[in-house]
Design a protein around this ligand. Structure first.
Ligand code: GDP
Length: 519
């Protein structure tokens, strides 16, 4: 299955696609269900550049028929079983129309492999045809145009996935995960998105919703039918249930920071004295000679941030232009910029030239970075990694030297001291491990890497958590049970937003199915 952008134009602006697609999903849910009529959509599914193979995809009730109007091979596509492919040529529908069985008259558009997948076991749950063409942009556009004139409609961005959602194959959070998988820029974010796509988040959310719905339904039933359902001692029953649900919600919310860091990267500042090796560390992290070292340091003022991936985690290196400036280039600005970089950083790499005796300036900087009172950085809780650089040479600064300086200091963030050689790359692994540990270690074990990747989900979980807090307050205040249901339902509904469920039908179903009213 091709999980590429569904956009006919390009797959580049994925984030734009993702957001417009989500709005459109929510808006159109139901609309189409009501009309019942579905048309057949078509789009180039692969990237916009020239490539060996490009896929034009069709989905909808007429997908196979429409493709057959262009396709000429040993068999017609409608004769193929699901998940089988056929070799053939595509012709303009005018050329094939006259002669179903005979070879069409005109020149073929392209030589293709057509893959037929029949409803409901397809990506969209509808009939799907994928035409693997030669991957030229012009060829594919021509094929697409002919498919459109044969009766297909051009798909909107994300519409194939929308159909998967409307067809009930995936829920909203999984649909979002599809977009995240496509947009993922590093291995860990990709893993987390894939996990969400496998329903990791949905399962947790669904479990919680079931519990909440059960309680709501029970209260409603008891209020309606006190003879069969008793609320005696109900508060004692509900208290631990709430506590458990809140704990789960908080656990999930606890991964939001990691999720954001995975998605957006860890904002990382590289600081240190001139000549300590900042540019060299930057080069090491970027994995190529992107930053220019010392003598020839040209200043690229417009490039302020660069992204790189270290051990599967994305780092956003802030003010890399500042790092590249030589010491005599407007030192004042350099210092100011280093401050700004520090302020916005979530991770600080402090580079020290360990081949030289530790300078007074380094000592001062170390103290400043680990002293919350110094005002060097406002968000001082960011971890600090001290890199003792140039350990390929005779070193004069050891980890002990640094530890002694920091002894008794109550650093607000965690501090690691690593020996490294930016020149040889020695120690890069250790740096990678340290970043993993500092940012992801705790969560990794407990959570199986189910990170919250999406702010919409974070907001919904927070709403649910607050609503459960209100239920606890009602319990403590000893108010009537009907008060609980309002907030229980609010939590239920907030969670439902994550997976794109509607409230009413569900509740009705549940009450009638589980509680057999009027028995
Ligand atoms: P910056 O001013 O902090 O950006 O420092 P640079 O990265 O420009 O490095 C200053 C000098 O130290 C250059 O001549 C580098 O080649 C050298 N240098 C940087 N890292 C190392 C290292 O790990 N080992 C050795 N031997 N030299 C290094």
């Amino acid at each position: 299955m091709v999980l590429k952008g569904e956009n006919s134009e390009t797959t580049e602006d994925i984030s734009g696609i993702a957001s417009s697609f989500m709005m459109f999903l929510v808006r159109l849910q139901g609309e189409e269900e009501m009309t019942g009529e579905k048309d057949t959509i078509c789009a180039i599914a692969t990237g916009s550049g020239n490539a060996g193979i490009g896929i034009v995809r069709l989905s909808g009730p007429s997908a196979i028929d429409i493709a057959d109007r262009l396709f000429y091979g040993k068999k017609k596509l409608r004769e193929l079983k699901s998940y089988t492919a056929a070799y053939g040529h595509l012709y303009s529908p005018e050329d094939t129309a006259a002669a179903e069985a005979e070879k069409p008259s005109g020149e073929p558009l392209d030589e293709v492999i057509a893959l037929v997948m029949r409803a409901p076991h397809t990506y969209t749950t509808e009939d799907v045809v994928e035409l693997s063409c030669h991957g030229g942009a012009l060829v594919m556009r021509r094929v697409q145009e002919e498919l459109l004139s044969a009766g297909a409609r051009l798909a909107e961005p994300g519409e194939f996935t929308k159909r998967a959602f409307l067809g009930g194959r995936i829920d909203l959070s999984e649909a979002e995960a599809v977009m995240d998988v496509i947009a993922a820029e590093n291995a860990r974010a990709l893993d987390a998105s894939l996990r969400q796509l496998q329903g990791g988040l949905s399962r947790n959310v669904t479990e919680l919703r079931e519990k909440l719905l059960y309680e709501t339904a029970y209260i409603e039933s008891a209020l309606d039918d006190p003879e069969n359902y008793s609320l005696d001692g109900y508060a004692e029953h509900l208290t631990p249930v709430l506590k458990d649900c809140k704990k789960k919600l908080l656990e999930m919310l606890g991964t939001a920071r990691e999720g954001r860091l995975l998605r957006e990267g860890i904002r990382t500042a590289i600081v240190g004295r001139p000549n300590a090796g900042k540019s060299s560390v930057l080069n090491l992290l970027l994995g190529e000679e992107r930053a220019i070292v010392t003598e020839i340091a040209g200043t690229t003022r417009d490039t302020l941030e660069e992204k790189t991936v270290l051990g599967g985690v994305q780092l956003v290196l802030v003010d890399t232009a500042g790092i590249r400036e030589t010491e005599d280039v407007v030192e004042q600005i350099g210092v100011q910029r280093a401050r700004e970089a520090l302020r916005s950083a979530e991770l600080i790499l402090f580079v020290i030239d360990a081949a030289e005796p530790l300078s007074e300036a380094d000592r001062e900087m170390l103290l400043k970075l680990t002293d919350p009172e110094s005002g060097e950085k406002t968000d001082t809780a960011s971890p600090l990694i001290v890199l003792l650089n140039k350990n390929d040479l005779m070193t004069q600064v050891t980890p002990e030297t640094v530890r002694e300086i920091l002894e008794g200091k109550k650093a607000p963030g965690e501090v690691r001291i690593l020996e490294i050689s930016a020149a040889t790359g020695e120690g890069k692994e250790r740096l990678s491990d340290a970043v993993q540990e500092l940012f992801f270690a705790g969560q990794l074990l407990e959570n199986g890497e189910n990170y919250l990747l999406n702010t919409r989900h974070v907001e919904a979980l927070k709403d649910a958590e607050e609503a459960l807090g209100r239920v606890e307050e009602s319990l403590a205040a000893g108010v009537g049970e009907d008060f609980y249901t309002i907030d229980l339902l609010a939590a239920y509904e907030a969670l439902g937003r994550i997976i794109g469920e509607t409230l009413e039908d569900d509740l009705a179903d549940k009450i009638f199915r589980e509680f057999c009213m009027g028995k």
